[in-house]
Design a protein around this ligand. Structure first.
Ligand SMILES: [Zn+2]
Length: 468
């Protein structure tokens, strides 16, 4: 038998073993329930985040991962205090809102301007009418095919650039779900920001039809130095000096939710794939490093830290597979989003066909998940996510609201995502004709400069979520 048919057989054997392991296990779901229902929100720098790290560390050891340890990094934590948003004219009324993380404390009053979706053309249309006022923008929508909609940080940046004194971000999904999302990467934001439920946003927009509307904003918040832990480990006994893979997922969540979908699900899927791969560790042609990131929600802080610490060896990293919100809806909704490597789209489409488990694959420049620090370093990378059309919700859906709870996640969807992740990692490890090429940091910088966030980098001299 030739060497390559021996390898093909070994891959098939490993794949069947790993699939059997995942489809007969409830570990991923049990871990998700524990992280969400017993530990809690896992907010960046909090006691809850630390407890989750300790729990995941223990699990990684139990599952037979090697070199299991934590990687600590310091950052400035943010803790919310009381907040109040009031209409002061033409009527007097308090409306529901929460502070967006890293909003500075504030006590201010001003006229509000509705900027619709908060895209570049919206701000152009309102040029000269925003300075000194409060901007009200729609939160995430779902862009149509081939379209892109701006991330919160981009809308916020446009408001700052136009001279706004505060920023209101209104959910587009009904149900009194105030939406959250960090304003910065772990440093005090330039102006205060609040997240509103759709009903609050719609109310203000209706009032605006009768004339000017004045609002009063009161925000209390506390900044304090703290630290967080990436949880890291390794699967496989192949040489540590050769090529390797990275699989990751963030385990932190927003403070208003337990973040079951975003991203307890991704973290437990990552760990479950690692647990299954550990049962075939000796057969893996290259090691798989497992990284459970902290502080993703406040600017990818854990991923930036890990990528910086590993920079001397990232040229040996074949691929980074990040898992974020990958178990939405019914099982089988996975998709793969490459960042800066369009030439790999056909490769992964073919892998899906060979696996008899096809999933959508696309490439785009997204700066808003833990793959990004690796993309900046020129390492081939993707984030595996999932979309759920059945919920009837747009944008982030339940994500970034208090409704991101355990009941939104099914054990089967976790199994399907863990199976997909583990099979992708196996195929990447066994691949003899890997077409992925590293790119230089300079090449990536040019790609980013020519992307939809190019203006942002030029204007602010940094990526949208990049720590100081
Ligand atoms: Zn996430």
């Amino acid at each position: 038998m030739s060497e390559s048919s021996r390898k093909a057989e070994a891959l098939t054997r490993a794949e069947k073993a790993v699939l059997g392991e995942i489809w007969t296990s409830g570990e991923a779901y049990d871990n998700l329930v524990y992280l969400c229902d017993w530990i809690g929100n896992r907010w960046a720098g909090s006691e809850s985040e630390r407890q989750a790290a300790e729990y995941l560390l223990e699990k990684a050891r139990q599952y037979g991962l090697q070199d299991v340890t934590t990687q600590e990094f310091r950052h400035d934590g943010w803790t919310r205090g009381p907040v109040r948003l009031e209409v002061v004219s033409p009527v007097a009324r308090e409306v529901a809102a929460i502070a967006l993380p890293y909003s500075p404390p504030a006590d201010l009053e001003g006229e509000v301007v509705w900027v619709g979706q908060g895209e570049e053309e919206d701000f152009k249309r309102l040029e000269g009418q925003i300075a000194g006022k409060i901007v009200l923008s729609a939160a995430e929508a779902s862009p149509g095919a081939g379209q892109r909609s701006s991330h919160r940080r981009e809308k916020f940046a446009r408001a700052i650039a136009a001279g706004a004194i505060a920023f209101l971000f209104a959910n587009q999904n009904p149900g009194m779900m105030a939406i959250t999302g960090s304003l910065t990467a772990g440093f005090p934001a330039e102006i205060p920001g609040l997240g509103l439920p759709k009903e609050s946003g719609d109310y203000i927009v209706r009032l605006l039809k009768s004339g000017p509307v004045r609002l009063r904003i009161h925000v209390e918040a506390r900044f304090a130095p703290t630290s967080s832990l990436n949880v890291i480990g390794r699967v496989g006994t192949a040489s540590l000096d050769g090529p390797f893979l990275i699989v990751g997922g963030h385990y932190d969540a927003h403070d208003v939710a337990v973040g079951a979908l975003d991203n307890a699900a991704g973290a437990v899927v990552c760990l479950e794939a690692a647990r299954a791969l550990a049962t075939v560790a000796d057969d893996l042609p290259m090691p798989v490093r497992v990284v459970l990131f902290a502080c993703e929600e406040v600017g990818l802080l854990g991923a930036w830290h890990y990528a910086e610490q590993a920079k001397h060896e990232l040229d040996r990293c074949r691929f980074v597979l990040n898992i974020d919100t990958a178990a939405r809806g019914s099982p089988g909704n996975e998709n793969l989003n490459l960042c800066g490597f369009p030439d790999l789209v056909p490769y992964f489409e073919k892998v899906g066909q060979e696996m008899r488990y096809e999933f959508p694959v696309k490439d785009g420049l997204s700066a808003y998940a833990d793959h990004f620090p690796f993309a900046v370093a020129g390492v081939p990378n993707a984030t595996m996510g999932a979309t759920d059309a059945s919920s009837g919700l747009i944008g982030r859906g339940w994500g970034h609201t208090a409704a991101d709870t355990v009941d939104k996640v099914s054990p089967k969807a976790l199994q399907a995502s863990a199976a997909t992740a583990a099979r992708l990692l196996l195929r990447l490890a066994f691949e003899e004709n890997w077409p992925g090429q590293h790119r230089t940091r300079e090449e990536m910088a040019t790609t980013i400069a020519n992307s939809p966030i190019g203006w942002y980098v030029e204007k602010f001299g940094r990526y949208p979520f990049q720590p100081m």
